[in-house]
Write a protein that binds this ligand. Structure first.
Ligand code: ADP
Length: 486
């Protein structure tokens, strides 16, 4: 069963995330500072005492032992006492006023500790409730330790040989004061910190989400405007990298959509214009021929035929480009002779050549130029390029077609002597529906699709192609195809 994902605004998502992180941190603090503080404190104290006892025992014969004992006592707040084999105090690590009860235990009673240590291999530790002996030592069970009163005294004893057959007894003692009042203070602090953290999280969530959701909303609103076809909207920078990238992409999409939309509008205008003109001519001529039987002449009929051809060419262009863009047109590659292909297209211009003195000059560096290509598509490329050259060529009405061979490539150039194409317009001429001259003239009747068809076909053949154009002198459209060696 599909469960519906719950929708949460950015604000509440941030809040939840901040709260979760704060909760983990606070829980750790609660545990460390309140629940475990007593045992941490106790462990540290015991460790320090044991370490101090060990270092006094190790350095007992050092010259500065008195200084060591004094500094250890102050640093760790511990009592250190060293007695000789006769239980006479040799060192007492606290001054008279601050000496604890421990420092004042009569020397006669110290035998107990000495005996315990010597039974235990030279050292031992013991906990006391106050100074009353309880008999539990470090090896006492956990249960014992739990029931031990909180106010505890801890003693570490070490025996050090006096080189005369006897032993010095090093006694180090500390009082482990319960830290309950500290815990209570920390609890209060933590409650305040928790409250501040929750409020802080809420505030941070609000601020952060406002900072993010505002630009997101703004972008969303503008995207809606864009969807209505208004391409003047501008997606402004927001200051957030990811959102800026989104804005940039939307600006790019907007520009492209705008371009496409304009071109499409132009196409519709151009196609309607181009269709209406031949239609008007056809119906006009037909009506004249119907009403005046004397007007049924070959010339008039030719006008009707020419105009119908123009119309069907236009419709074919539109169909071709939509098929090519949709990718439904398959490329059936076979070995095609470029020379033959060009030669078969030139006769289509015979009428222009004969009646209007056009010159189509073809020079080929090879007798045959086999390439691997889709025959129909290749004819279409050559036809479109020659057609443009014928349409745009200059006063001399000349179009030169050359075929050269270099390396493993055949290159076809179609050169005219027309107005050329301004350099800034060159990158756009391959775009669909693009026309350099926006004033649609019938003399240059084209759908603006010719070069786009050329581009799509040549791209599908992985062919190199391009144009060099000198305004006022003419253009040279070229493409190269690999030699078919099979
Ligand atoms: P059209 O069908 O309008 O000729 P094309 O896609 O074939 O469309 O060409 C796009 C535009 O490129 C043309 O409108 C024209 O302005 C320019 N163009 C193409 N070929 C030539 C050329 N040989 N000389 C000058 N301009 C050209």
């Amino acid at each position: 069963m599909k469960t519906k994902k719950r929708k949460l605004s950015l604000k509440w998502r941030f809040f939840a995330a901040f709260c979760a992180v704060s909760a983990v941190i606070l829980l750790l603090l609660w545990l460390c500072q309140t629940v475990f503080l007593n045992s941490f404190y106790r462990t540290v104290k015991v460790y320090e005492t044991k370490k101090a006892a060990q270092s006094v025992a190790d350095r007992l014969y050092d010259e500065d032992i008195e200084y060591t004992i004094a500094s250890l006592s102050t640093r760790y707040d511990i009592n250190i006492r060293v007695v000789d084999a006769d239980f006479q105090t040799v060192y007492n690590g606290a001054d008279k006023q601050t000496r604890s009860l421990f420092n004042n235990i009569p020397e006669s009673e110290l035998t107990y500790f000495y005996e315990k240590a010597s039974q235990n291999g030279g050292s031992y530790t013991e906990y006391f409730d106050g100074f009353r002996l309880e008999g539990s030592n470090d090896t006492a069970s956990k249960a014992d330790k739990k029931t031990r009163p909180e106010m505890t005294s801890f003693l570490a004893v070490h025996l050090v040989s006096d080189n005369a057959g006897g032993y010095y007894t090093v006694l180090v003692n500390t009082t482990i004061t319960p830290v309950d009042s500290v815990i209570t203070t920390l609890r209060v602090i933590l409650i305040v910190v928790t409250a501040v953290t929750v409020l802080g999280s809420l505030l941070a969530a609000f601020l952060l989400s406002a900072r993010l959701s505002k630009p997101i909303k703004r972008i969303g609103e503008k995207a809606k405007v864009l969807a209505t076809g208004d391409y003047s909207v501008e997606f402004e920078p927001t200051g957030v990298t990811e959102l800026d990238e989104l804005s940039d992409s939307l600006n790019y999409a907007k520009t492209e959509l705008g371009k496409m939309d304009n071109l499409q509008k132009e196409l519709v205008a151009n196609i309607s214009h181009d269709l209406r003109t031949p239609l008007t001519l056809i119906s006009g001529y037909a009506e004249v021929m119907r009403d005046l039987p004397g007007e049924v002449t070959d010339e008039n009929l030719q006008v009707i035929i020419d105009e119908s051809t123009r119309m069907s060419d236009l419709v074919n262009d539109v169909l071709d480009i939509s098929k090519l863009s949709a990718g439904v047109q398959q490329v059936n590659k076979e070995s095609v002779d470029l020379v033959q292909c060009i030669q078969s297209i030139i006769p289509r211009y015979n009428k222009l050549i004969e009646q209007k003195n056009y010159k189509l000059l073809f020079e080929s560096a090879a007798a045959a130029a086999p390439v691997l290509a889709d025959r129909n598509m290749l004819s279409r490329v050559i036809y479109n390029l020659i057609n443009n050259a014928v349409t745009y060529t200059g006063e001399d009405k000349t179009v030169r077609i050359t075929l050269t061979e270099q390396g493993g490539d055949y290159t076809v150039h179609i050169i005219d002597s027309g107005e050329g194409i301004p350099e800034d317009k060159l990158p756009y001429i391959w775009d669909r529906y693009y026309k350099v001259d926006k004033n649609h003239r019938r003399a240059q009747a084209g759908s603006g699709l010719g070069l786009s068809i050329v581009k799509q076909i040549l791209d599908a053949h992985d062919a190199a192609y391009g144009v060099t154009s000198t305004p006022g002198k003419g253009s040279d459209f070229w493409f190269s195809l690999k030699k078919d060696n099979t």
